[in-house]
Design a protein around this ligand. Structure first.
Ligand SMILES: Nc1ncnc2c1ncn2[C@@H]1O[C@H](COP(=O)(O)OP(=O)(O)OP(=O)(O)O)[C@@H](O)[C@H]1O
Length: 310
């Protein structure tokens, strides 16, 4: 699909089909790609995250809700076609940072973003940037599956229609999106039935299909499996691995095994409490997932992933 050049985001932002994920140096856990063991030898915290192909860059980003500085001074790169996991204890600002990446915080009264976020080297918050187009290119899947109370088909076709996409065949586009979300075989004979009749896991895959139907480049996922059972969760995790061939994914998860299983890089956040008792989230450490889980550079990261804190 030819990207719409009338908006202010870069025209080279179309999805690519290369899998550039690095092979992690750590061993694999059962059923996953990364080690969950810890080494006692520590290495210096790297000065750079060494993301070779960043699609998005956050520089000294702080987010305020009214007077509360909820997250302070976050700097990180999101690598193209990588899965980046944001982990950390409740209230450290993971979802807040995630929402910055597609300007969802714009919709929260009193929310303000300071610092700079670039997407393909363009200021995501520039005056000339259309936030609606940002959210098409950078889609979001939420904690609780939220299909529209419409048919399965309409759930998928809705986004392309309202975004003015004119596919040569909407049927083909619907099939492609449902196939991409590993749902087609389960629903192809009941496309006219209500999406609300699907199971929770199917609904979540439908929401992923709805997201990819508008051809985003990045998919943000805010605890996408927290409402799902282990089997449905495993399906979404398998799906994420497939999706990362075509899309860049950033996921917030409370499930550290999930972060270890699915992600290439992990950002660990925590919250400092100031003398007024206010919590300010901050990024402690960001590195390859294998490093974060096997040889973290910061004691707080190790305490958290080993269950001693949080
Ligand atoms: N809409 C909002 N209005 C005001 N404060 C908010 C809002 N959303 C989040 N906060 C505050 O910002 C801080 C960070 O919240 P956030 O939800 O981003 O953290 P989190 O790490 O994702 O937490 P959790 O893991 O519990 O979802 C918290 O102090 C929270 O109360």
């Amino acid at each position: 699909m030819t990207p719409d050049t009338s908006i202010a985001v870069a025209a080279d932002a179309a999805p690519t089909v290369t899998d550039q994920r690095p092979t992690p140096p750590g061993g694999a856990v059962e059923g996953g790609r990364h080690a969950l063991t810890f080494r006692t030898d520590r290495r210096p915290h790297p000065a750079a995250h060494q993301v070779t192909s960043p699609v998005m860059h956050a520089q000294d980003v702080s987010v305020f809700y009214g007077a509360l500085e909820a997250v302070r001074g976050v700097t990180l790169d999101v690598g193209r076609n990588e899965i980046t996991a944001l982990i950390g204890p409740s209230g450290c600002g993971k979802s807040t940072i995630l929402r910055c990446f597609n300007r969802m915080n714009d919709l929260i009264p009193g929310a303000r973003v300071a610092g700079r976020i670039t997407y393909h080297d363009q200021d995501l918050y520039g005056a000339h940037v259309d936030p609606i187009e940002v959210r098409r290119r950078i889609g979001m899947v939420f904690q609780k599956p939220n299909p529209f109370p419409k048919s399965i088909y309409e759930n998928i076709a809705y986004g392309p229609k309202v975004n003015g996409m004119k596919p040569s065949s909407m049927d083909d586009l619907v099939e492609e999106a449902l196939t991409g979300a590993a749902l087609w075989n389960e629903v192809k004979d009941k496309l006219k039935e209500s999406a609300l009749a699907l199971s929770g896991g199917q609904q979540q895959r439908l929401c992923i299909a709805r997201t990819i139907a508008v051809r985003p480049e990045i998919i943000l996922m805010d605890e996408p499996c927290s409402a799902l059972d282990p089997i449905a969760t495993a399906k979404i995790e398998d799906l994420m691995e497939d999706l990362a061939k075509d899309y860049t994914i950033v996921i917030v998860t409370h499930n550290m095994q999930q972060a270890a299983r699915v992600s290439d890089r992990t950002a660990f956040f925590t919250a400092d409490v100031d003398d007024k008792g206010e919590r300010h989230g901050r990024l402690v450490e960001y590195d390859l997932t294998s490093t974060i889980f096997s040889n973290p550079g910061d004691r707080r990261t190790e305490d958290y992933i080993s269950g001693r804190f949080g």
